[in-house]
Design a binder for this molecule. Structure first.
Ligand code: D5M
Ligand code: FE
Ligand code: ZN
Length: 650
């Protein structure tokens, strides 16, 4: 709670807002103080208080805001007004995310899960003196913890996942091929040396497609990343193909939590939930050769010097000399382990630890002090490239119903996918598209953040989905559309989120080429496995890990794959429902990991897995202005015959 306290005050302080002690006491007691703080800041900054001078927030202002948002101090304080799908279980589930009701992060397992106290005493002050103070050297993106052998992955069954993970760094991409001449604009070099190209407003001269050649070579080595603006060529305008398609789809839903029976959300469930997370990730970790002879904390003997453990992170502190002191736990106890900043590589890994994640730890025990020597992430095996003779388009965060939704650009996108817009070559790509995935925030929803209604073009959730159905209904019917919910959709807020319910999206359900899935969800598209995750977990990672940011969400995706969890941090921004099973564990490594939510396009390939964030079709909102989030709207990623392309519609 101390950490939470500082975060609340800091949050307001950063925006030049001073909290009165009473106001602070009030906020602290709320179910989701940080989320509430964000909302209040948005209100204060966007409304009558938009002057620059230091604001002081009294208890009255807090009360007024609580009342105006219809919040109950003992209820989930999210200002979301969208009716929920599973109303029976909803109210009970969400309380699990409340820091003041259940001692989540720090002590969640203490009371019930850990009967025995650890034999190792915490003596932080002594530790600090023993290690000299040397600042860690920051190297970005320079190190991969995993040691991953080239073994074919075994799929679809947790118990079969083989995780011998020795040393291998991902092979760097060699984006050596530029397919087209760029007469209008010079290529802009971006991180990962992607090629950005603008296609001239004329049909380009056809050249031999390099895709086949690429397949011959090592996938990650010869990868072709193309970014291009879709040429402003209107070929013809026709209505949606209403005939039933003859295309054969090998479409399979691998993971969909929508129809699960949800838990009641009692404390017992939280314990079961974390136990399940621990067991699932332990199973992966225990295959690692370094962790062959692990023991439990309670089994550590007096005088024992080398430790090999599978542990959950309970708390992370930085000592006054800049080392990381991490309090770990398992079901038998807890243990503090120090990671010295003298060991650069190890320290960098320690800096990426987050609360509630599960890792393997090797340590040297000297008396009461344990010094970490290695942190072992579950990691992933290299994914071999698969043959793919079709294209998948990735969208998210369309935010239909918002005034900032870029309808014109979206209409161009629809025309392109219908093979009616773009250069000849771009239309050829469109012609190969078989699947379209929408990873959440299809509509803008209502009551998602304070004063959102001022930015809404459509103020009724059903009408928003009607509009979505009208727009998506113009897409040719031989493209299968897969829709997962996001935090703006009419699903419950806690993850895993069930599919967008028919009740609010009837018109979408009436389209015969649309499939609905939970968030997260896993589909197999003609053998290409795609993990779809809207991405609230990315927010927590961006805020908690040094060097990570919303812009670098590709690095976050890589880290989540290594951690084998979509939202490891419990009880901060991402509301997680404590189900009996932790569905946010990445059990099986996908071919594609698709996220959205942050409204910033990224692409990266990690150990053969395509990491794709599909950006948005919405320009910056007032809310995003406050967080200085600069979106990359109307840029559409495509996985075309195994190659990544980014087509821009503005
Ligand atoms: O998210 C749009 C953007 O706003 C995305 O970059 C994440 C960011 N976002 C969303 N909620 C929060 C909170 N609570 N704090 C900070 N940043 C946030 P969207 O889901 O479309 O609203
Ligand atoms: Fe969004
Ligand atoms: Zn979102």
């Amino acid at each position: 709670m101390v950490i939470m306290t500082n975060k609340i005050l800091l949050k307001f302080a950063k925006k030049g807002i001073n909290l009165s002690p009473k106001a602070y006491e009030k906020i602290k007691k709320l179910d989701d103080p940080l989320d509430f703080s964000s909302s209040l800041i948005v209100k204060l900054k966007s409304e009558e208080f938009s002057k620059k001078d230091l604001l002081s927030v009294s208890e009255e202002i807090v009360n007024e805001f609580i009342n105006s948002e219809g919040l109950n101090e003992n209820k989930d304080n999210k200002p979301k007004e969208i009716p929920l799908t599973n109303s029976k279980t909803e109210d009970k589930k969400i309380p699990n995310n409340k820091p003041n009701k259940i001692p989540i992060t720090n002590s969640k397992t203490e009371d019930k899960k850990i009967p025995n106290e650890t034999p190792i005493q915490k003596e932080n002050s002594k530790i600090e003196e023993k290690i000299p103070n040397e600042p860690p050297i920051q190297k970005e993106n320079s190190k991969i913890e995993e040691k991953i052998p080239n073994e074919p992955p075994i799929q679809k069954e947790n118990s079969k996942i083989e995780e011998k993970i020795p040393n291998e760094t991902p092979i760097q991409k060699e984006n050596s091929k530029i397919e087209e001449k760029i007469p209008n604009e010079p290529p802009i070099q971006k991180e990962n040396s992607k090629i950005e190209e603008k296609i001239p407003n004329e049909p380009p001269i056809q050249k031999e497609n390099t895709d086949k050649k690429n397949k011959e070579e090592h996938a990650e080595k010869s990868e072709d990343i193309v970014e291009e603006k879709v040429a402003d060529i209107d070929i013809k305008h026709s209505k949606r193909n209403i005939n039933k398609t003859n295309v054969e789809y090998d479409f399979e839903i691998i993971q969909d939590t929508s129809k699960m029976s949800y838990t009641s959300g009692e404390l017992d469930n939280l314990v079961t939930y974390f136990k399940n997370r621990y067991e699932k990730i332990s199973k992966i970790l225990s295959k690692r050769p370094e962790l062959k002879s692990i023991q439990k904390i309670s089994e550590i003997e007096e005088g024992q010097t080398s430790l090999s453990l599978i542990l959950m992170v309970k708390d992370i502190r930085t000592t006054k000399n800049g080392h990381k002191l991490v309090e770990f736990e398992d079901e038998t106890g807890s243990i503090p382990i120090l990671f010295s900043n003298k060991d650069e590589e190890l320290f960098k890994t320690a800096e990426r630890l987050v609360k509630d994640e599960i890792v393997g730890v090797l340590a040297e025990k000297k008396g009461t002090l344990s010094i970490g020597t290695q942190i072992i992430n579950p990691g992933i095996q290299r994914r071999p490239a698969k043959d793919m003779d079709f294209g998948i388009v990735f969208l998210s965060d369309i935010h239909i119903g918002s005034l900032t939704f870029l309808e014109d650009a979206f209409l161009k996108f629809v025309d392109w996918i219908n093979c009616e817009y773009g250069s000849e070559k771009q239309v050829e790509v469109a012609n190969d598209i078989k699947y379209l995935i929408i990873g959440g925030d299809i509509v803008d929803g209502i009551g998602i953040y304070p004063n959102q209604d001022k930015e809404l073009a459509i103020k009724d959730i059903t009408e928003q989905y009607d509009e979505a159905a009208r727009l998506l209904g113009n897409i040719r019917s031989d493209i299968k559309i897969i829709i997962a919910p996001g935090n703006h959709d009419a699903s419950r807020v806690a993850e895993p989120q069930p599919a967008v319910p028919e009740k609010y999206a009837k018109s979408l359900y009436e389209l015969d080429n649309v499939e609905f899935i939970s968030n997260p969800g896993v589909v197999s598209l003609d053998g290409i496995n795609v993990l779809i995750y809207h991405g609230r977990g990315l927010d927590d990672m961006a805020f908690n890990i040094k060097d990570f940011s919303h812009e670098k969400n590709d690095l976050i995706m890589e880290e989540l794959l290594k951690k084998r969890h979509l939202a490891p941090i419990y009880g901060e921004r991402t509301p997680l429902a404590s189900e009996l099973e932790d569905y946010l564990v990445i059990d099986n490594v996908p071919d594609v990991f698709h996220t959205g939510h942050v409204h910033i396009n990224t692409y990266r390939k990690f150990n053969g897995v395509h990491l794709i964030n599909s950006g948005t079709f919405q320009t910056q909102t007032e809310f995003q202005k406050i967080y200085n989030i600069i979106p990359t709207p109307a840029e559409v990623p495509i996985l075309h015959k195994g190659n990544y392309k980014l087509f821009k519609f503005i």
